[in-house]
Ligand binder design. Structure first.
Ligand SMILES: Nc1ncnc2c1ncn2[C@@H]1O[C@H](COP(=O)(O)OP(=O)(O)OP(=O)(O)O)[C@@H](O)[C@H]1O
Length: 268
């Protein structure tokens, strides 16, 4: 696919829920494209419709109007080419299966032959630094390690798009920094397209090549900001750069505007 052709295309997406006391307009109008191999962060105030957007993107919820297309095909059910990593790793792994079997499960469901499956699982676990934990159970691992298993499962599936829904919200700060670096490394090593949802402004700037800022609900895209930091990022030097501070200030100001319900200024 040529570089300029979008892999994922969201057009005039609207979602209105039928609530108990009448319609709830969650998403007013969202339009954006993601090119193959991009790493895009989506950030917005609490309740702005991030989960609703992800459910529409991943084919779990039909939009009220508008469309989502992946590789030119309209998404109306969970697409094979997409893997999703959720915040709640504790609930996404099966406690009675070993790490090896948890990671291999989607491949087994797809009918991948055993020998190939085991090799792919071992490679994916080595990628996330858990090559030694194949025969352990999720409950024997720390929260950060469990989230690495969930990431390995998504990677083993070899998706074209990896969607991550606030995946590090439940881990401590040090583990979170390690996992952020893991996502950057996997993105660079595997060339996968990543859509990363977070409400952490610093995280969105540190990780993203682009940050999409959402308004408060009913949601529109408040700003689409290119992150022009060097490709090689590390927790100490990148976060200490003056440009990092400028970018985080821009995102912070937009989020504050979004919370106050103000539109984006014309020169932004
Ligand atoms: N099933 C539903 N029925 C009615 N309204 C809903 C439903 N699900 C979400 N909403 C409303 O839609 C809006 C967006 O909700 P959503 O959960 O997508 O936001 P969010 O950005 O993921 O929130 P948070 O950051 O707090 O996780 C909110 O006003 C919410 O109350």
């Amino acid at each position: 696919m040529p570089e300029h052709t979008p892999l994922l295309s969201v057009r005039d997406l609207k979602k209105t829920y039928q609530g108990a006391s009448g319609p709830v307009e969650a998403i007013r109008n969202i339009t954006f494209d993601v090119r193959p191999g991009e790493l895009v962060c989506i950030v917005g105030p609490s309740g702005c419709g991030k989960t609703t957007l992800l459910k529409c993107l991943s084919g779990l919820l039909p939009p009220t109007a508008g469309s989502v297309t992946l590789d030119g095909a309209e998404v109306s059910a969970p697409p094979k080419k997409m893997a999703v990593v959720f915040q709640e790793y504790g609930r996404s792994l099966y406690p009675w299966l070993t790490v090896r079997d948890n990671v291999g499960l989607p491949l087994k469901a797809q009918g991948v032959p055993r020998r190939e499956r085991l090799a792919t699982v071992e490679r994916a676990l080595a990628e996330v630094g858990l090559g030694h934990a194949l025969d352990t159970y999720p409950w024997q691992l720390s929260g950060g390690m469990q989230q690495r298993v969930a990431i390995a499962r998504a990677v083993a599936y070899q998706p074209e798009v990896l969607v991550m829904d606030e995946p590090f919200a439940a881990v401590d700060a040090q583990t979170r920094a390690d996992l952020e670096d893991l996502v950057r490394r996997l993105w660079q090593d595997l060339g996968v397209t990543v859509l990363f949802v977070t409400h952490d402004i610093d995280e969105s700037v540190y990780l993203g090549e682009r940050v999409l800022m959402l308004s408060s609900s009913p949601t529109v895209v408040q700003q689409d900001l290119a992150i022009d930091l060097p490709a090689h990022r590390d927790q100490l030097t990148t976060r200490a750069m003056p440009r990092f501070t400028e970018l985080r200030t821009q995102v912070y100001e937009q989020i504050q505007r979004a919370k106050r319900g103000e539109a984006v200024p014309a020169d932004a």
